[in-house]
Design a binder for this molecule. Sequence first.
Ligand SMILES: [Fe+2]
Length: 249
Amino acid sequence: MAIKTIKAPATKFSLAYGRPFDLNAYRGALSVSGYAAIALDFADKGEVLLKLVNQLSLGAPHSHDHSGRQVWDVKYDSSIDQQTGTRSHTLREFPMHTDASFEVPPPQYVALYVVHEDRLGGGITQLLDSKSFWPALSLESKETLSKSFFTITVPAEFRQFAGQETVSVPLLDAFGNFRFRHELLVFEKLSPMQLTAVDELQLLLNNEQWFLSFNLPRQTILLIDNGRMFHARTRVLDSERHLLRMRFD
Ligand SMILES: [Fe+2]
């Protein structure tokens, strides 16, 4: 008898100049695998990214601040303090996190476009599918993460926009979506049970056996389900590395 194998759908696509988006394929990859990578054969200044996000119809783009910008630069800025400044303008490594964990609700999707890749091999994007570690996360921690409220700091650059300095929210919703950026948690306001749950989650997020690594070349768009997939990056080595980022839901 022939053995039937179930093939996972594609997550990598290419797009030639002037061709239409394969929207159903990208949506399918996002839904089944949590991400989709699209290699363009032309350079984009953000217009194609914006058009794609609008045509995907998975939600409206978020403005990043009170200026109303929807496309944001992720690029080193030498005038920014490397320890305390907006981290997307630093060369720092980012540990596993979800984006905008302080937003209510957080964006379901993130789109990145590579304007200039890191020519020195740094800035490698890593994804971790929460479905990989879900069975290893204890029931107690799932309860605590989903039923209790954690205090999260709103970063200074978003505070005026958000209108508050902290938010108090569960880190896991009823649909299995996480919101998590360790350094933004206000630890002195966490109960012992919450601290235990955060420690357990963080330990799972450090397990590199589940990491998917992407050395994304320029002209690649990466779509990520931000509630399901944690993401990280290695330290940036090339100060010219430049990504565009959108958040939407
Ligand atoms: Fe991020």
